[in-house]
Structure formats: C-alpha cells, structure tokens
Design a protein around this ligand. Structure first.
Ligand code: 13P
Length: 245
C-alpha cells in the first residue's frame, strides 16, 4: 500500500434517507481527524447532492449508472446526470448488481465506457463466489471479469476493487494473505494488459475496524471498499484511522 495515501470508500448501498445522511456527516466530520487517506463516499442517488454540498475533503460518487448515455429507460440514471451534480466516481460491476440486477459482463463493460466518456472515475469491482474459489477458479474468474470490463479500453484513471462474493456482508473477511495474493495476481494481469500503469487495488468484504490494520499492513492492498461498517460514522472513521496509523 502507498502508506501515505490509502483510498477508503464507503458504499452505503440502499441505506440512509436524507436526514440520516445529514446526521451521519455531522458526526463523521466531527470525528475524522485530518487524514492523509483519500476518502470517498457512495451514497444512494437521492442523497448524492447533499453529500456533495456538505463535503469537505471527501469525494462523492454513485453506486451504479446506466450503460446508455440517454434514452427511454424509465427509472435509470446516466453518467452525464451524475457528472452534472458533481459526482466524481461510480462503482461498477459490484457483485450485488451482477447477481441481483443482471449486470452481465457486457453491461459492466458498457457502463465502464459511459463512466469514462463522462470523465468520471470508475471503481471496478471483481470477485469470485465461494464455489468458484473452492473449484480453484478464482484467477480464471478474475481474469475474465477484468478483461471483459476493460476490453479495448485503457483508462488513465481506474480503481480496481477485489470483493470476494463470499466475504460481502457475511462477516467472513478474506485473510490479509488471501487478499494480498489476489491483489498481486490482479496487478500482474493489469501489467500484462497495459504495461506499467498504476491502478490502486482495494479490498472489500466485511472490512471492520478490527480487520483494517492487518489488511492495511499488506503492501499489495491500497485501501478498502467498505459496506456495512461504513454506515456507522464512528466505525468508518476507525477504519480510516486503521489504514493510516
Ligand atoms: P460489507 O463491508 O458489508 O461486507 O460490504 C462490502 C461491499 O459490498 C462494499 O461494496
């Protein structure tokens, strides 16, 4: 990890109303010491604007985007719309979207393209299921997910997040060694595809204040993508501190 500037991302998923977000941010900014970490928050669409307004030194982004730029797609949000409210990044390829909302590899690729076309930073999530890991398929699955998402793209700005599906919301964090191994594999793969580019690789999956320090100690881990524990301002601050102490 770049010890000075870890990247810590909160993914609030479908939690927090406007009021919840206001209360959270007040507590969060009171507790957060001046930090060298790059802190990003992905609230639900409905609170992005408020979080953007209240931000001090955080970046605010979205958890999803539609793969077309404009059109009759009832209920969807485009990358241009996100940009117009000053969102700066978008999470794409999250396993919950792949599994529950039919975000196929093709769609993940198209979403990534839209994100880049609109000058936003993509956080591309990849990860294997428990049965894929047990079958020794982890590297194959990650290769497929990364190569398909980045097909014919060479973004100058990209964050990769390794989120093993079996570790998300389950309390089962990958050990720092397991995560570091996979991060090393992804880094080598990106190097093969693009040469020496610098792509930060975050770990996600049941990251808590208790596990943050050990994960942070691994040089291969550049930061964390945090779900459940990021919903509590005090816990999220502790995780940030765990990565910077
Ligand atoms: P949890 O931290 O709740 O396991 O969620 C991880 C995640 O999905 C972040 O995108």
């Amino acid at each position: 990890m770049d010890q000075k500037n870890p990247i810590i991302v909160a993914n609030w998923k479908m939690y927090k109303t406007d009021l919840d977000a206001k209360v959270y941010l007040q507590e969060f900014f009171e507790l957060l010491p001046k930090t060298s970490a790059r802190v990003l928050i992905a609230p639900p669409f409905t609170t992005i604007r408020d979080v953007v307004k209240s931000r001090q030194y955080i970046e605010v982004g979205a958890q999803n985007v539609h793969e077309e730029s404009v059109g009759a797609f009832t209920g969807e949000i485009s990358a241009m719309m996100l940009r117009s409210i000053s969102a700066s990044f978008v999470i794409c390829g999250h396993s919950e979207r792949r599994r529950l909302f039919n975000d196929t590899e093709e769609r993940v690729h198209l979403k990534l393209k839209q994100i880049l076309l609109n000058g936003l930073l993509p956080i591309l999530c990849v990860g294997e299921t428990v049965s894929e890991r047990e079958a020794g398929q982890t590297e194959k699955v990650l290769t497929r997910q990364i190569e398909s998402a980045l097909f014919r793209l060479r973004p100058s700005n990209l964050i990769l997040a390794y989120e093993p599906v079996w570790a998300i919301g389950t309390g089962k964090t990958a050990t720092p060694e397991m995560a570091a191994d996979v991060h090393g594999f992804c880094r080598d793969l990106l190097k093969k595809l693009w040469g020496d580019v610098k792509v930060p690789i975050l770990y996600g999956g049941s990251v808590t204040p208790e596990t943050a320090t050990a994960l942070a100690a691994k040089p291969e881990i550049d930061g964390a993508l945090v779900g459940g524990a990021s919903l509590d301002a005090a816990k999220f601050v502790q995780i940030i501190k765990g990565f910077t102490s």
